[in-house]
Design a protein around this ligand. Structure first.
Ligand code: KIV
Length: 307
């Protein structure tokens, strides 16, 4: 780690201090220590992956999807992208805290390996560090997730410090920040002009120094994403950023092909579940109309063996 990063690391309460992670003890109410049975990846373990094995993150919003992705990824992000992909909203601005808590709790209940990070939605943290604490504390308490994520650079540094120093791990998010789409003027890649590139790099440095344990870099040109990754002591997680980031995150619907026909350049579709779901629905409807469903095996009371 470069010396400048070491200095930054000292002010970050979440950065690993060198002691062995994972031998986790919890204190029972009687004061005796009891073994913590969860084998969930911890936030310090993610931080320790800076410059090491890349961190794989997927979004998930529901119990069945969380259960399926959990063994394979290091963290699950319950992103406010759920507004678009689950609720059919046109932006993330209309997502509420109650929605994030309901989906976050479902994902935590249905996973046991990956760390779970839940997005703070628009309007629940930007006004003040105190407002952010109240929203983040509700998310942590009501979902039992491991951390929250919020968008913004230098302007959010004070809030990141406030939350981190009060026990709430914070993942930052810089570059293309969808909650600011109306200020940014659209979803084009960021960092192409020198002033904007500087703002992104300085913003990432500010929130890392304030205690963010990792930083998502979204929709930002490769050289700027590399510069951020080299400049901060915590892992960067790219989405439309750079292969040089310390990890990557994708929206699960882009991976599964369930997000419609639009294929964003930043994503890779690993399976076309969308076509398979449509074909299954078509076949089911045809079977019902032709009285091929239900079959004898699907009904009760036809034979002695039947229940
Ligand atoms: O909401 C989300 O899914 C996100 C990712 C795109 C990083 O913030």
């Amino acid at each position: 780690m470069p010396a400048s990063s070491m200095v930054r690391a000292l002010s970050n309460p979440i950065l690993p201090t060198g002691e062995k992670q994972g031998a986790d003890l919890r204190w029972s109410q009687s004061g005796l220590s009891v073994a913590h049975s969860s084998s969930r990846i911890t936030i310090p373990q993610l931080v320790a992956r800076k410059g090491g094995e890349p961190i794989a993150i997927l979004t998930a919003y529901t119990a069945p999807v969380a259960r399926l992705v959990d063994p394979h990824v290091d963290a699950i992000l319950v992103g406010d992208s759920l507004g678009n992909v689950v609720y059919g909203m046109t932006s993330t601005l209309t997502v509420t805290l109650d929605m994030m808590i309901a989906h976050g709790a479902a994902v935590v209940r249905s996973s046991s390996h990956a760390a779970v990070v839940v997005d703070l939605p628009f309007g629940t943290y930007q006004a003040s560090p105190e407002q952010a604490f109240m929203a983040a504390a509700r998310v942590m308490r009501e979902t039992e997730c491991d951390a929250v994520k919020l968008e913004g650079g230098e302007e959010m540094a004070e809030t990141v410090r406030f939350l981190t120093h009060r026990g709430i791990p914070v993942m930052g998010h810089v570059g293309l920040t969808p909650q600011s789409v109306h200020v940014l003027g659209g979803f084009r890649a960021r960092g192409r002009d020198a002033a904007e590139a500087r703002r992104i790099v300085e913003g990432a440095k500010a929130i890392a120094e304030a205690g963010a344990f990792a930083i998502v870099i979204e929709g930002t040109i490769d050289p700027v994403s590399r510069e951020v990754t080299a400049a901060v002591a915590v892992p960067t997680i790219g989405i439309g950023a750079s292969a040089a980031c310390d990890g990557q995150v994708l929206v699960i619907d882009d991976v599964l092909g369930t997000a419609g026909d639009f294929k964003p350049k930043l994503a890779r579709r690993y399976v076309d579940l969308g076509s398979q779901i449509a074909a299954a629905a078509e076949q089911y409807a045809a079977d019902v109309k032709a009285r091929r469903f239900p079959g004898p095996e699907n009904v009760y009371g036809l034979s002695k063996a039947g229940a």
